[in-house]
Design a protein around this ligand. Structure first.
Ligand SMILES: [Fe+2]
Length: 381
């Protein structure tokens, strides 16, 4: 493969931005240097930023393509996965952990049970056939309050694509739904349920949730741990939540809902992840702590696009422009620090020998414009 030279670029390194030139070939980075290249085949980046390709560990975006309208299941799963892949690369992502949910909790979300096997098969097929522009892995999100979560994940957890597992407990009255008014606003306010349905559902879930969770938690932990799959806790709200995760071998606390929980996560050695939409919107959609506050207290290690792929780069520029975070520090939250928490040593940094996953972007008054993406050294967008 021919050498590619990107010059006249603002290259985002771990602790500085340099005016320089990056060279890559055979899928890996060969050099990163200050100054410009005069070679005729060097590509002029016109002063745009060059940064590592983004690493996304928790996105529900695949779902929107499998179920584009309520009750509509797209008949070609690979086509749905390829459309999702295109959206991720257009957002600057070069490694994505597609998150799929297991564990039935409500009839509104039952479509997740239906699409689980077809997402697994489509991602395997897309990776094998070279249909994707970027790397895909699977993050299995386990709703432990569901009665069938163990049997649902059992046939799939041994797939080499499964590289992250998370433990969720959405019992009303704790964690994400500690404040029942937030839950009411989320389900009744959004039109998902009538007030009557909501109240019946809350009572039922408060009754069965703790029983199912106590039974499923150790079984699911064992399924991940015995295969060396990293574990994340979800919506930690109190120090006790964090301690329960630590006791299960968790290494990531995703979406801690309070400063107290994020601080405990750091004390116990867990990395923290918050939603990039939370940064962009200036707060959580479900009543949790604002991600910008976590960043202010140095309690934020990484960001996830969650339900809006383009939010990653937008959150980076928001942290820089609104909150005074340096560009390298903000960029680290969507690249090298996420690589570290997922134990990915071959990507996430613009270092010699790293996989050539690279993005070119421009800051248009706070709006990120992705102008190029290379994955394993090949132009992907
Ligand atoms: Fe949650």
């Amino acid at each position: 493969m021919a050498e590619i030279i990107l010059t006249n670029a603002n290259i985002v390194l771990e602790d500085e931005v340099i005016d320089g030139t990056i060279v890559f070939a055979s899928g890996e980075i060969k050099s990163v240097e200050r100054g410009r290249s005069a070679l005729p085949h060097a590509l002029d980046m016109e002063g745009d930023f060059i940064a590592p390709g983004l690493i996304e560990m928790h996105t529900d975006n695949m779902e929107k393509h499998f179920v584009p309208r309520p009750g509509v299941f797209w008949p070609d799963p690979l086509a749905a996965a390829v459309a999702h892949d295109a959206q991720m690369v257009a957002a600057g992502v070069t490694t994505v952990y597609d998150s799929i949910c297991a564990g039935f909790v409500s009839k509104e979300k039952d479509f997740r049970r239906t699409i689980f096997p077809s997402v697994m098969k489509a991602v395997a097929s897309g990776m094998e056939s070279g249909a994707f522009r970027i790397d895909h892995r699977i993050h299995i999100r386990c709703e432990l309050t569901g009665d069938d979560v163990v049997s649902e994940i059992e046939p799939w957890v041994g797939s080499p694509l499964v590289r992250l597992g998370s433990l969720m407990d959405h019992t009303p009255g704790q964690r994400q739904w500690r404040n029942l008014e937030d839950l009411k606003r989320y389900t009744v306010g959004s039109g998902e349920k009538s007030l009557d349905e909501h109240e019946r559902d809350v009572l039922a879930r408060m009754e069965t949730g703790p029983i199912n969770c106590a039974r499923n938690w150790p079984l699911v932990v064992e399924m991940f741990a015995s295969r060396g799959i990293p574990i994340a806790t979800h919506d930690d709200t109190t120090e006790e939540d964090v301690i329960a995760g630590v006791a299960s071998g968790a290494v990531i606390s995703e979406f801690p809902t309070t400063i107290e929980a994020a601080a405990a996560a750091h004390r116990y050695g867990l990395a923290t992840i918050a939603g990039a939409p939370n940064v962009v919107r200036g707060g959580s959609h479900s009543g949790g702590v604002s991600a910008a506050d976590l960043a202010k207290h140095s309690l934020l290690d990484g960001l996830s696009s969650d339900y809006v792929p383009a939010s990653l780069m937008q959150a980076v520029l928001t942290l820089v422009r609104r909150d005074g975070v340096s560009l390298p520090a903000a960029m680290g939250m969507v690249t090298w620090r996420v690589a570290d928490m997922l134990h990915l040593s071959d990507r996430g940094r613009l270092d010699v020998g790293q996989q050539a996953d690279i993005i070119r972007f421009r800051d248009a008054g706070g709006t990120p414009i992705i102008r190029g993406v290379w994955h394993k050294g090949e132009r992907a967008f």
